[in-house]
Design a protein around this ligand. Structure first.
Ligand code: GLY
Ligand code: MN
Ligand code: MN
Length: 443
């Protein structure tokens, strides 16, 4: 197993790049994610804000990063919790400001309790302030209070005149994955694929969707990772619910099971879907639809290379699906008109992919000046066409109704084409049946 982590040098490089983009007269402020209360004094498992993680690697709440290009006393400043023996007995070890300078490579660090005193002065004379506005109400209020304080101080100190949304600059950096990030994404993919195989071993008629979820989650946790999102384990017509989350229905022979589940490793996500026959063999109608989705995915994958656009691979998948649906008479042809009428959206209501990285639906613009983005080396995305035939669709033969199929792989754009990070997990229906049978025998 890869033990690699992102090193301090890379975090420093990211912060420097962001400062270069922001400009010498700017300041950048970014807050850690707050803990989220579930009820009483119980919080949801803490997950750091991905932007904050990207720039610091620091996973504690109650922290603010200030980037101040050119500041003589240190341009990268972190405010974080001070060490507190009594509190750490409950919460585990905190890094503290001294630890932050030592471990995170920031230039300077202060107790978060002192931020109202220290930060406004640091913003003085900066022309522009980059920030996420409107993301966290408490931080917005704090920010306005700092600016008020700055304007009120010694006869009106020079407060930043321009407030700019940080997302665009930062997310442009996050869109291009470094070699170290690609290694972590590969590892997240590997753990996710192992999780799928473990889930297949638990897949049998009479079991429940949660049996399969437990096998996936158990394997991923045993590898030291976590699910990167709540697994979608959807049997039969549940697979037509795109973000199905109940995962509590029994598995019946003759149904398909759609398993959409990924792993988060060192903050980086995989996002993988396979659709399998609960009874071990695809039925004829199921196989016809499955083949169609697979062909659509192959057509889309063939478009992933530098120079092609964000729309190209979606168009390729959509064309194959619409032609196939017309051939199976689920849509009225001819295909060109079926495409123009848009009725296919009833069966294929989503796009063919999204960026993948620290977030499952990762940061980065999909269009530039209204035009679909051109793919470039270093981008990582999912390719995930699907077909979902509602159980109550009287317009199609009964054998197709209540069937949901998606095949989802994770792909890195390389200098010459694409690297499918999840290629080791079979997608071909015969190979899938064989792998399912092997996994069950081994269980
Ligand atoms: N797992 C969510 C998605 O495929 O986008
Ligand atoms: Mn996805
Ligand atoms: Mn998915």
């Amino acid at each position: 197993m890869s033990g690699s982590r992102i090193g301090v040098r890379e975090y420093r490089h990211r912060r420097r790049e962001l400062m270069r983009l922001a400009g010498a007269d700017a300041a950048v402020l970014l807050a850690a994610a707050p803990p989220r209360l579930r009820n009483g004094d119980t919080c949801w498992p803490y997950r750091q804000d991905s932007d904050f993680l990207y720039l610091t690697g620091f996973d504690e709440p109650q922290a603010v990063l200030a980037l101040l290009p050119g500041r003589a006393a240190g341009q990268c400043v972190l405010f974080c919790r001070e060490r507190d023996t009594a509190a750490e007995r409950w919460d585990g070890g905190w890094l503290g400001p001294e630890g932050a300078v030592r471990m995170l490579g920031v230039d300077d660090a202060f107790p978060i309790a002192d931020i109202d005193e220290i930060l406004p002065g640091m913003l003085e004379g900066r022309a522009r302030l980059y920030c996420h506005f409107g993301r966290e109400a408490a931080f917005d209020a704090q920010l306005l209070a700092w600016l008020r304080r700055l304007r009120a101080s010694h006869g009106g100190a020079r407060a930043p005149q321009e407030m700019l949304a940080l997302g665009h600059l930062l997310h442009e950096l996050r869109l291009f994955k470094s070699p170290a990030e690609r290694a972590l994404l590969r590892e997240a993919a590997r753990i996710g694929m192992d999780g799928h195989r473990a889930a297949w071993a638990a897949l049998r008629p009479g079991a429940h969707e949660y049996t399969v979820e437990a096998a996936f989650t158990g394997a991923v946790r045993a590898a030291g990772a976590r699910p990167s999102y709540p697994p979608i384990v959807a049997a039969g017509s549940n697979a037509c619910v795109l973000h199905y989350a109940r995962n509590d229905a029994p598995l019946r022979s003759g149904d398909l099971l759609l398993l959409d589940a990924g792993a988060e490793w060192q903050g980086y996500a995989s996002d993988i879907t396979r659709t399998l026959p609960v009874g071990g063999r695809f039925g004829t109608a199921q196989r016809a639809l499955y083949r169609l989705v697979l062909e659509a995915q192959q057509a889309a994958l063939a478009c992933i290379r530098p120079g092609r656009t964000w729309e190209d691979f979606h168009d390729a998948a959509r064309t194959v699906l619409v032609e196939g649906l017309c051939a199976l008479r689920l849509l009225e042809g001819p295909p060109r008109q079926a495409l123009a009428r848009g009725h296919y959206r009833r069966y294929f209501p989503h796009k063919t992919g999204h960026w993948l990285g620290l977030d499952v639906h990762d940061a980065g613009d999909y269009r530039i000046h209204g035009e679909p983005r051109v793919l470039e080396p270093g981008m990582v995305l999912t390719v995930e066409p699907g077909l979902y035939i509602p159980a109550d669709d009287a317009g199609v033969p009964a054998r197709y109704r209540g069937t949901g199929i998606r095949i989802e792989d994770d792909v890195a754009v390389t200098a010459t084409g694409a690297e499918v990070l999840t290629a080791a997990l079979p997608g071909d229906p015969d190979a899938l049946e064989e792998a399912l049978s092997v996994a069950r025998r081994a269980a």
